[in-house]
Write a protein that binds this ligand. Structure first.
Ligand code: URP
Ligand code: ZN
Ligand code: ZN
Ligand code: ZN
Length: 494
């Protein structure tokens, strides 16, 4: 047979088009798109099904220690299996540096664990918490050349946060070496100040997490990150935008023509702070940072995803069990300050948006594809190998049954978390067949690919960086006075 796999009669969507065609797959790659293609060794009839690019989840935490030192509940096996069952065929989790760790050691440790266990393809972003001269001048440039072309920095969490001076150092290196900086934008002191006073008054229940993480701490830090990026004339990406004020900051910076990119997540569309307000410690299941907010913010995030202010929809899967290993490190005495931050969402990310967004009439199918796959590939240097259905692209494909109704519940999920914040919610539409580099990864509710068969993807230069090289402002302060080709030798204040 000329093809290893032929997918017939499906309704195919990319980020820009929808058409009915057959897909011929050979050697893991889409070899042909057209009508009446020759048979494959395997033929799948996709009539009545929607054939979409496999999802890319560019924000998830896997086998990682949190900022507070708590280990995730999912390893590279359970996380990638769970992702595959939810229609995602590539993940970009974090290789997290903790202060004192050398970056090459951090990355090789994650790379080894992922290579052993992952069932789908993956890349890594770096979490940078210790921007020493060695890291800035040698290690980061080398990692970027090795395909780790984005890194996340934190403005909050005592053990991870960088100060503004350090952020400027990181932005300078990113600009010079061609990487994209992702920013966790929350004002650490505003949160600490409120949290301290809440604690002094005995207000320690999970619901106070959402009080401490005030929307103003998010919008202040977002505005500051935008301002620092503006001074350096470099693109940044604000991750997990939750509050309507932060959406507004991103939107108005884009209206000024600034290269500000932004992401949001299912928890900001489908949960609110009300979900955290529950008897006992139950609300800890919904504690993530930033926290889910009010219905007005939910609506602002929807609008941002619809109108393009927010380009990425990721899970921020940060899996912790509802016990002493994760959410409740001090048992009954756990306060909101102790709870491991984060919610699971790798598997349900796409089905939730497909059901409420596409079938609910809020998003076109093309916008869904852009938000869940194509924009991630473009933003993080995976395009056009990943993130679209086109000749020459990897055959990463999900075949969706738009009629299938599924009630989300812990028992049907494949992660290792033991609860889901979306328990009992019914969605319509499910990815029934999931294909990773031409291999059937999931079919008939069964995993068909082996542990360790996923591949590390060396990423190229992010599109926001390429665009800035063309459009950057030659009169920007840093370009005018400092050649970005010769790093400043001025001593850092740290
Ligand atoms: O609460 C969250 N989001 N935990 C994961 C770490 C992060 O900041 O993304
Ligand atoms: Zn070296
Ligand atoms: Zn974050
Ligand atoms: Zn995260």
């Amino acid at each position: 047979a000329p093809f290893d796999l032929t997918i017939r009669n499906g309704r195919i969507s990319t980020a820009t088009d929808t058409f009915t065609a057959d897909i011929g797959v050979r050697d893991g790659v889409i070899a042909a798109l057209g009508q009446g293609l020759a048979p494959g060794k395997r033929d799948i009839d996709a009539a009545g099904r929607w054939v979409l690019p496999g999802g890319i989840d560019s924000h998830c935490h896997v086998e990682q220690l949190s900022g507070m030192g708590i280990m995730c509940a999912d390893d590279f096996y359970s996380a990638t299996v769970s992702a595959a069952f939810g229609g995602t065929t590539t993940i970009i989790p974090f290789a997290a540096q903790h202060r004192g760790n050398l970056l090459p050691d951090v990355v090789s440790d994650y790379a080894r664990r992922a290579a052993e266990k992952a069932v789908i393809d993956y890349g890594f972003h770096l979490i940078l918490s210790d921007p020493t001269e060695q890291a800035l001048q040698h290690d980061l440039p080398e990692l970027i050349r090795n395909g780790i072309t984005s890194f996340k920095v934190f403005m909050t969490y005592d053990r991870l946060k960088l100060d503004d001076y350090q952020l400027l150092d990181v932005l300078e290196v990113a600009d010079r070496e061609g990487a994209l900086v992702m920013v966790h934008a929350e004002n650490n002191d505003m949160i600490r100040w409120v949290a301290r006073r809440l604690a002094e008054r005995g207000m320690t229940a999970p619901k106070y997490h959402a009080v401490a993480h005030t929307p103003l701490a998010e919008s202040e830090a977002t505005n500051r990150a935008v301002t620092l990026a503006r001074m350096m004339d470099v693109p940044i990406l604000i991750v997990h935008v939750a509050g309507q004020e932060a959406v507004r900051v991103v939107h108005s910076s884009q209206a000024l023509g600034l290269p500000i990119h932004a992401e949001s997540c299912p928890q900001y569309l489908f949960l609110t702070a009300q979900d955290i307000d529950q008897p006992g410690l139950e609300g800890a299941k919904f504690c993530c940072s930033p926290p889910p907010r009010d219905p007005a913010s939910q609506e602002a995030v929807w609008q941002g995803l619809i109108n393009g202010t927010l380009q990425l929809y990721s899970s921020d899967h940060a899996p912790y069990r509802f016990d002493a290993s994760g959410k409740l490190p001090k048992g009954e005495d756990t306060t909101f300050k102790d709870v491991a931050n984060g919610v699971p969402g790798l598997e349900v990310r796409m089905p939730l948006l497909f059901s409420e967004g596409v079938l609910g009439g809020r998003l076109s199918i093309e916008r869904f594809v852009a938000l869940t796959a194509t924009n991630h590939a473009r933003t993080y240097g995976l395009y056009p190998k990943k993130g679209t259905i086109a000749v020459g692209a990897d055959a990463d494909i999900a075949i969706w049954n738009p009629e299938r109704e599924v009630t989300i519940g812990t028992a049907m999920l494949h992660d290792n978390v033991g609860y889901t914040p979306y328990e009992g919610k019914t969605v319509r539409g499910w990815p029934e067949v999931v294909i990773s580099r031409g291999r059937i990864a999931v079919e008939n509710g069964e995993l068909q690919v082996a542990r360790g068969s996923g591949q590390f993807i060396k990423r190229g230069t992010p599109e926001p960086v390429l665009r800035q090289r063309l459009n950057g402002n030659p009169d920007a302060l840093v370009r005018k006075y400092f050649s970005s080709a010769s790093p400043s030798a001025a001593p850092s204040n740290t």
